[in-house]
Write a protein that binds this ligand. Structure first.
Ligand code: NCD
Length: 310
């Protein structure tokens, strides 16, 4: 039985297979419409979410399976003090696979240790968000035709943004990827990530100004400032509108630069960009469904015609 806690849990070769499967699911939805008939996905979300939870649910429904779960800690037994270890043992009796989001870093990992069914980390605190990374990689591969050989700018809250942490670690495995980290001083990417890049001899730059570097980018990954992870509201207010991508700023960007964002967006991308052909963030949402379909199918062992989860 296999879980997904971190994007690095899959090798680059395994990811290629997963993305091929996701592209096949996109092209041939009918072929997969009943492959999860009789299977159940539990979505255990202890923290707010729109996209990730509904994307998982939509993915399972597209495969002919069913879904159950809860969407906040208040509506689960966590409110009574139940541990994630106990909750997952209970959920293991109700479902075949579980997607878990939790505000505490490492909580899905604790659950996986006790679980009898595959557990997918759907975001743990400011730590990791592997399925958003699978979404980002599939989007880049599908729209750019390759992974690697590009300069990516990651902009905004690089300190608390878990999507950024997972994506950098995942992209560091591909050839010829240059990173430009664009953030205010207070929201710089954590040291453990820059240390990992140094250890691997991967080039990166840290800058404050987006205008200064936008013309050099093949990909721009925008992120929101993570209000819920700030200790004080004043700091959040000071930093929340530090970057706003406007039509004017986009004039300096390349014709084929893609703008990505895990969403939700607050103010960091002006809505006037939405119709720009370089805006790829809503396409990203659609790729998120295909990649989660492929992930559920794979973790349930269905590609081997197997029945790992039960
Ligand atoms: C991200 C998350 O939850 O970390 N959203 C998502 O899952 N698509 C990004 C965010 O909340 O800013």
């Amino acid at each position: 039985m296999r879980h997904l806690m971190n994007p690095l849990d899959f090798t680059v070769e395994e990811l290629e297979k997963l993305f091929d499967l996701a592209n096949d699911m996109e092209k041939n939805p009918d072929r997969y419409a009943n492959v999860c008939h009789g299977k159940k996905l539990a979505t255990c979300f202890y923290e707010p979410s729109t996209r990730t939870r509904l994307s998982f649910e939509s993915a399972m429904l597209n495969l002919g399976g069913s879904v159950l779960g809860f969407s906040s800690a208040d509506s689960s037994s966590a409110a009574k003090g139940e541990s994630v270890s106990d909750t997952i043992r209970v959920i293991s009796c109700y479902a075949d696979i579980c997607a878990m989001r939790h505000p505490k870093e490492g909580a899905p990992m604790v659950a996986a240790e006790r679980s009898k069914i595959p557990v997918i980390n759907a975001g743990d605190g400011g730590h990791q968000h592997p399925t958003q990374t699978l979404t980002d990689l599939l989007t880049i591969r599908s729209l750019k035709g390759k992974l690697g050989g590009f300069t990516i700018g990651l902009c905004g809250d690089l300190k608390f943004g878990r999507t950024v942490h997972s994506l950098i670690e995942a992209l560091a495995r591909y050839d010829d990827v240059n990173f430009i980290f664009i953030s205010p001083e207070e929201l710089k990417v954590p040291d453990y990530i820059t240390q990992m890049l140094k250890n691997k001899n991967i080039g990166y730059e840290e800058v404050i100004s987006l205008d200064e570097v936008i013309g050099r980018l093949d990909l721009l990954y925008m992120t929101r400032v993570q209000r819920e992870r700030f200790f004080n509201e004043e700091d959040y207010i000071r930093l929340k509108d530090f970057y706003i991508l406007t039509k004017e700023k986009m004039k300096a960007a390349r014709e084929d630069m893609l703008v990505l964002h895990p969403l939700p967006r607050v103010n960091e991308i002006s809505v006037e960009i939405d119709d720009d052909p370089r805006a790829a963030y809503f396409k990203q949402v659609q790729y998120g469904v295909y990649v989660r379909m492929a992930l559920i199918y794979t973790l349930l062992g269905l590609e081997q015609g197997g029945d790992k989860a039960c």
